[in-house]
Design a protein around this ligand. Structure first.
Ligand SMILES: *[C@@H]1O[C@H](CO)[C@@H](O)[C@H](O)[C@H]1NC(C)=O
Ligand SMILES: *[C@@H]1O[C@H](CO)[C@@H](O)[C@H](O)[C@H]1NC(C)=O
Ligand SMILES: *[C@@H]1O[C@H](CO)[C@@H](O)[C@H](O)[C@H]1NC(C)=O
Length: 426
């Protein structure tokens, strides 16, 4: 009798232990069934063997155990594989596409001229996208000798707070990394329509036309589901879900000439009265570099009325001052794109450029398969032009211009903007 009872207790305890094991590892097993191990991106995502960063310390012990157990299961080659397979695969794809392009062009002869032109335009666009992606991979692999913080880290090492620019739409499986001063208002309006996150007061239903979404509302962060919010929504599962979504969703961003983006940010935030930016940044620039005697006006409106506003040179001085980033990270309007969107950790499917916004938007909406749902808002706005660069930098000493280039060089290189020789030599 005593033996039987002992056996029964042992059996029950054993079962409970098994159930516990299944619960703890379930999410892990699920993940591994979904990702084949040979996928290079998967290895990038799972290759984190370094100590947790600040985000890691927020994770519960069970989640970090799950994560470290998965990195144990990954083959030891994980940390060294990242760029090469992607590079070779990318090159092979490019070649294949080029051949397909040729095929298409040959077929085009037999079809109407119009058709042929459209087809060769499509394959030219595909090649352009492949070239943009290839360029990012090359720079990230370190072959171009451009070094920048975070280049070689794994996705898991990026703290949650640095993932706040990745907007997720689960319905259409889209991830958009927004870059302020690069058509971000209009793309946010598109995301608001796609995710149906804003109700139109006139119809009582979600907006269906991006153009109708009030531009000042879309910057309210409560409207968008970002990766940075995953921790709050999904707890210890969040990193796993991010990896899944990065694997399966279509990811895009829009970029712009880095210097022109800076001019645009300056015009927009300091060229006209803006109370928030005056209080947080403008007054700091004036006090530190402005040689102002006495106290500064309280408000931006008063300062502007008195003709007191930061100059472009003070703005650049502020960016170059090592003290600036010691206090806090660059504001998103002038933070480098590589720090907002992590192009070395996230393999974007589409890289748009503001310089070719309209055709790029058309192509992207087709790629996202939402071109039948909405149109990209047309904006006849006064866009900062590249040709203004010379004038704006004319007042800036050449040494400062070169330092500034160093600061934004990763963005120039990653996104294929030529070194602005006219600005750097004179
Ligand atoms: C953002 O939206 C939320 C909810 O719609 C609202 O409560 C909040 O006041 C808004 N914030 C700003 C800064 O407009
Ligand atoms: C600072 O301003 C004072 C007058 O307000 C002027 O005399 C002085 O030359 C200025 N210094 C610099 C470095 O511009
Ligand atoms: C655009 O802005 C520039 C500089 O602020 C100004 O000189 C130009 O007249 C503006 N153009 C239009 C069409 O508003």
């Amino acid at each position: 009798m005593g033996i039987w009872r002992g056996l029964r207790v042992a059996f029950i305890l054993g079962s409970l232990f098994m159930i516990l094991l299944i619960i703890v590892y379930w999410d892990d097993i699920g993940g591994f069934n979904l990702y084949p191990l040979q996928d290079p991106k998967h290895r990038t995502l799972q290759s984190d063997s370094c100590p947790r960063t600040t985000t890691g310390s927020l994770l519960s012990p069970s989640s970090s155990r799950v994560q470290s157990s998965s990195s144990l299961t990954v083959p030891t080659t994980a940390s060294s594989t990242k760029p090469m397979p992607e590079k070779t695969r990318g090159a092979a794809e490019e070649q294949k596409q080029e051949e397909e392009g040729k095929d298409k062009q040959e077929q085009g002869k037999e079809e109407t001229q119009e058709d042929g032109r459209e087809r060769s335009q499509t394959s030219a666009d595909d090649r352009e996208q492949e070239a943009r992606k290839q360029r990012i991979m090359d720079v990230c692999s370190g072959r171009d000798d451009v070094e920048f913080p975070g280049r070689t880290r794994a996705f898991e090492q990026i703290p949650n707070r640095e993932l706040d620019h990745l907007i997720v739409d689960d319905t259409h499986q889209i991830i958009y990394c927004y870059v302020p001063k690069v058509a971000c208002t209009n793309w946010k309006r598109v995301m608001v329509v796609l995710s149906q996150s804003l109700i139109s007061p006139s119809s009582g239903k979600p907006y269906t036309d991006p153009e109708a979404v009030p531009p000042d509302l879309v910057h309210n962060s409560t409207l968008h589901l970002t990766f940075a919010k995953f921790w709050r929504h999904y707890g210890s599962l969040s990193r796993h879900l991010m990896a899944l979504k990065l694997q399966h969703y279509t990811k895009f961003l829009f970029v712009r000439d880095p210097f022109v983006r800076l001019i645009s940010a300056f015009r927009n935030k300091f060229g006209r009265p803006n109370e928030d930016f005056y209080r947080q940044f403008g007054s700091v620039m004036l006090r530190r570099y402005g040689n102002v005697s006495g106290s500064l006006p309280e408000t931006a409106a008063e300062a502007f009325a008195a003709g007191i506003k930061p100059t472009f040179q003070q703005f650049i001085t502020y960016l170059l001052d090592p003290e600036t980033e010691k206090e806090s990270m660059f504001n998103e309007h002038w933070r480098q794109v590589y720090r907002l969107c992590h192009p070395c950790q996230i393999k974007y499917d589409f890289i748009g450029r503001l310089e070719t916004l309209e055709p790029d938007a058309d192509r992207l909406l087709k790629l996202l398969e939402v071109d039948h749902l909405l149109r990209f808002p047309s904006g006849a706005r006064n866009r900062t032009a590249t040709s203004w660069e010379r004038d704006w930098f004319a007042q800036i000493p050449i040494t400062m211009r070169r330092e500034l280039y160093k600061l934004y060089e990763p963005d120039f290189e990653l996104f294929g903007y030529p070194k602005p020789d006219s600005v750097l030599h004179q």
